[in-house]
Design a protein around this ligand. Sequence first.
Ligand code: AMP
Ligand code: GLY
Length: 434
Amino acid sequence: MRILVLGSGAREHAIIWKLKQSPLVTKIYCAPGNAGIGQIAELVDVVPTDVRGVVGFALRERVDLVVVGPEGPLAAGVADALEEERIPVFGPHRNAALLEASKAFAKEFMHRHGVPTARYAVFTAPEQLEARAFLRHVNYPAVIKADGLAAGKGVIIVETEAEALDTMDDIFSRRVFGEAGARIVIEEFMDGEEASVFAMTDGIDYDVLATAQDHKRLLDGDRGKNTGGMGAYAPAKIATDEVMAQVRKEIIEPVLKGLREENRIYRGVLYCGLMIRNNRARVVEFNVRFGDPEAEVVIPLLEGDFADLLLRCATGKLKEVLPLKNFDACAVTIVITSQGYPESYETGKLIEGLDAFDQKKEIEEGVVVFHAATKLDEHDKVVTSGGRVLAVTAVGYGDELKTTITTAYNAVAQIGFDGAYYRSDIGSKALPKT
Ligand code: AMP
Ligand code: GLY
């Protein structure tokens, strides 16, 4: 099987690392990839959102499966275009990718199909007067979201009406999110603990991967700015059997049924961002792809042939390999970022200590370093090339989470670059309180 993976982060590195373990795979391309991915796949100079470019490459290289990492290409219609050429693709069609690309669409879709989520209202820029009146009567804190894709920055939790009005001006008048802020969703603030559930589906059948918990804030103790994700662990005990039964019945199944009824083709992974309270989950958001950094912990826990699984999702043949099975293990990933992330930061810093983690050793020792933003400099040395640089992942077979966290941090301590930053408490909220 010849596979093309779109994307360049630690999520795509984890996907390719797992695909490499499949005896079915003969060739993996990654567009555009990074220095770590370049060690195990062939990097190609195609922009993932350039739909024509992706389809052209896939046809030319006789690719059997395209796996889409990020949301951008899906929102641009890459799955539709590939399927027109009969190339199997792991990722939903554009009109289903709206679940992530438009928060207003997602809320209205959930409303139509009775999926539990926060109460909400949608307003466009010309409806500012109505929005102002609405904000007079909501409970605070409340949440204001830009409708479109805003790289995880389009969600603002407002504590007061004054702050809400100011935020609305930022979006509608100062246009801080550009076109993504042409509409806003104002919604009820939900209390509780967050977890991410991933449903692998061929549009009809589905099963879930291990449940994970992300750490979105920059600083220890869940303080500081929101980021793309500073680390994750799996499985997350907060998603009890009772919660998961509810999630299947009240969230995943109605969503898949609703997508079918509305002729929105969904073959891929549905990411359900949940808020859990009193053993009940409500939807915070949907994403139409794997989470990052959650992928780095849920994918290593999965048993079986990943290439076969993704191809089955892409071609409507999932049923025969269900239920999915996980190893009796837990996983932790710690993201190392550039100093200054998520604001401004420098790149091009030499990364030291990576040699200790070559592919073979990684698997034996239960540690694997996924590259998030790295490249080779002119001397073929690995240097930083973005905000989130590495995702250092430990898998503990039969181990306690606590031991696995220690393994991950021991590995982190061996790696360094100028300005490297990471949280020191990833996973600790899942440990028994002492
Ligand atoms: P989203 O991009 O929609 O996932 O929002 C980013 C983050 O904002 C979520 O992971 C939550 O931590 C927070 N958030 C979003 N919506 C709500 C809500 N209605 N209540 C509480 N927190 C929220
Ligand atoms: N971990 C959050 C995301 O992938 O959107």
